[in-house]
Design a protein around this ligand. Structure first.
Ligand code: ATP
Ligand code: MG
Ligand code: MG
Ligand code: MG
Length: 566
């Protein structure tokens, strides 16, 4: 590609509204431009990278035995009504009406559509297992779109859905997809961890997230230094609390529990709260301060009023933690975490086995009221704080130390069981001719989020350093004074032609710019290798080939250059 042919729109200044490195760099390198909140245009360079990631994902899906399809972005409401998710999805799902006042949604995900296809097309176990995928635009009206394409409203996802006659087949495909996800991330050269995840609102039995490790990640993951154990923080806490088996059980209720939830709490655990609270800690007697605080710092910092009242017959007394107590426990000065919103410490007898048990108790109308996630828009606690409060100096289950790292969720796989097939009547005939609901799995990868995640792990202060597999170009040619030197121009053209013919993607900088400007742009865009052509080099018979990653410059004979790059 010649620079004169394409759109190179680099920016010197960092745009003020970009918070994380990848967002800043994608804007500065001219990869994306914002159209509105959470909506981005991919400029030519950005699109090349997106397509590279997409191609890797596609190859690995095909290799794993998944088959590509393409479903509409716009989906009829009645499918969502069948599964009940029309009501459950809330404001994140964008809805629209057509000219006949019929309801539609902009697909945030495609379980309903694919299950509809399969219930119509697949009749017998003989057609199974079947794994269908697509690479398609999703729309989620995120409460707080941010970090550029990392959390946008419109984004590209690879979503796959597998269908099985039994659990054994489900397990087999799950393992294959797990391995395929690892390959995708390995090919992209990313440091990542698959972690156990809660199945949450989507329902189902078994789940892993694929977390790309990065300080800017919105997720926290916990892993053991001595075993293979790795989980996202919610899952790790549930486990830690479960295995400890002592008098410890705490949780933060970040979402507002409704009156019914509270009634359930009273009934199940003998605790009562009269008014709706936004954030609540339930603490069994003798939980360590560490654990309590771990959950506290995940609370809503802006919350300053909690309406809760002790009612008669609560087994243990109601006590209130002061802000000073909290700060003292986490070793921070007053106010350093902002006003911690959790003023309530409700002490109950140990009757709660695990967080999961407790959460299940509050699963009312199929809605998950206990979201143990911290709210996304509170200040993120530092890793060090989390490590102190959660890991402390021992790991709860005895296997090494529980370390905490930040991660970006780039992929998520689930075993869904028969949740969707039962709701939608997706049955097939089994070996005995009996109708049986399909067992289902689903597997998502954030294709556009991966582009940003790759930058978070691969950059320096001069710009992006693309892993070779997803670089927009493999080589750039910077001819010095090409518009004055015929020799330089001729050699640049020759290299461009020969490298292109050899299948190398070349960015040929034929702009009338100073070399310094060109070098800065190429470093910012992150092209792995850069060939510098000048009169002096031609005279000496050697040219410079520079590596973006190492900064090393090697002298290559003019005649060897093409062979060297290929
Ligand atoms: P998150 O926890 O970050 O909101 P999610 O759990 O809601 O993500 P899934 O429903 O598991 O997302 O979707 C599969 C994948 O799609 C995610 O692992 C992520 O890589 C990607 N993804 C989800 N939401 C967004 C978004 N708003 N922008 C970009 N990619 C996204
Ligand atoms: Mg989400
Ligand atoms: Mg998630
Ligand atoms: Mg997820």
């Amino acid at each position: 590609m010649r620079t004169s042919q394409t759109l190179i729109s680099t920016l010197k200044e960092t745009p003020a509204d970009a918070e994380v490195i990848s967002h800043k760099m994608m804007l500065r390198a001219g990869m994306i431009r914002r159209l509105a909140a959470g909506l981005y245009t991919y400029l030519p360079t950005g699109l090349r990278v997106l397509r590279k990631v997409e191609a890797i994902v596609r190859e690995e899906m095909n290799r794993a035995g998944a088959v590509e399809t393409l479903m509409p972005v716009v989906q009829p409401a009645d499918l969502w009504q069948e599964t009940g998710r029309w009501d459950d999805m809330g404001a994140e799902m964008a809805r629209l009406q057509d000219r006949h006042n019929r309801d539609f949604v902009l697909g945030p995900t495609h379980e309903e559509v694919i299950t509809d296809i399969v219930r119509n097309e697949v009749k017998s176990y003989k057609q199974l297992p079947l794994n269908l995928y697509q690479i398609q635009t999703k729309f989620r009206d995120e409460r707080r779109p941010r970090f550029g394409v990392m959390r946008s409203r419109e984004f590209l996802m690879k979503d796959a859905y597998s269908f099985h006659i039994d659990q054994e087949s489900m397990d087999e495909t799950y393992d294959t997809m797990y391995a395929a996800y690892c390959r995708v991330l390995e090919r992209m050269g990313l440091a990542f961890r698959p972690v156990l995840a809660d199945t949450g609102a989507i329902g189902g039995d078994k789940s892993h997230e694929f977390q790309v490790l990065a300080q800017s990640g919105e997720d926290a993951i916990a892993y053991s230094t001595e075993s293979d154990y790795a989980a996202n923080i919610e899952k790790a806490e549930a486990l830690a609390i479960g295995v400890r088996g002592e008098a410890t059980a705490e949780m933060t209720l970040v979402e507002t529990p409704n009156a019914k939830t509270i009634a359930e709490l009273v009934e199940q655990h003998g605790i009562a709260i009269e008014k709706t609270v936004k954030t609540l800690i339930v603490k069994a007697s003798d939980a360590s301060e560490h654990e309590l605080v771990a959950l506290m710092i995940r609370g809503d910092h802006e919350l300053n009023e909690i309406k809760a009242e002790k009612v008669a017959d609560v087994a243990a007394p109601l006590t209130f933690a002061t802000e000073e107590e909290i700060n003292a426990a986490i070793g921070a000065g007053p106010g350093s975490l902002g006003p911690v919103g959790l003023k309530l410490k409700l002490v109950i007898d140990r009757s709660v086995a695990t967080l999961n048990d407790f959460g299940a108790g509050a699963n009312i109308d199929g809605k998950h009221h206990f979201n143990i996630n911290w709210e996304r828009d509170v200040a993120l606690p530092e890793v060090a704080d989390l490590r102190n409060v959660i890991a402390g100096d021992a790991s709860p289950c005895g296997n090494g130390i529980l370390e905490i790292a930040r991660g970006i969720e780039v992929g998520h796989i689930f075993q869904l069981g028969t949740k969707y097939s039962e709701a939608m009547g997706a049955n097939v005939l089994d070996q005995n001719g009996k109708a049986k609901p399909l067992t289902m799995g689903c597997y998502g990868i954030g294709v556009s989020r991966l582009v940003a995640a790759a930058i978070e792990q691969n950059h320096d202060d001069r710009g992006i350093i693309w892993p070779a597999a997803i670089a927009p170009f493999q080589v750039s040619i910077v001819p010095m004074n090409m518009h004055k030197s015929e020799r330089v121009k001729a050699l640049a053209e020759k290299f461009y032609t020969e490298l292109t013919a050899a299948g190398i993607e070349v960015l040929f900088d034929d702009r009338k710019e100073r070399p310094g400007v060109m070098f800065a742009d190429h470093e910012l865009i992150g092209i792995p290798y850069n060939i510098v052509i000048g009169d002096r080099g031609i005279d000496a018979g050697v040219l410079e080939l520079k590596s973006r990653a190492s900064g090393d410059k090697s002298e290559v004979a003019v005649d060897d250059m093409v062979a060297q790059v290929i």
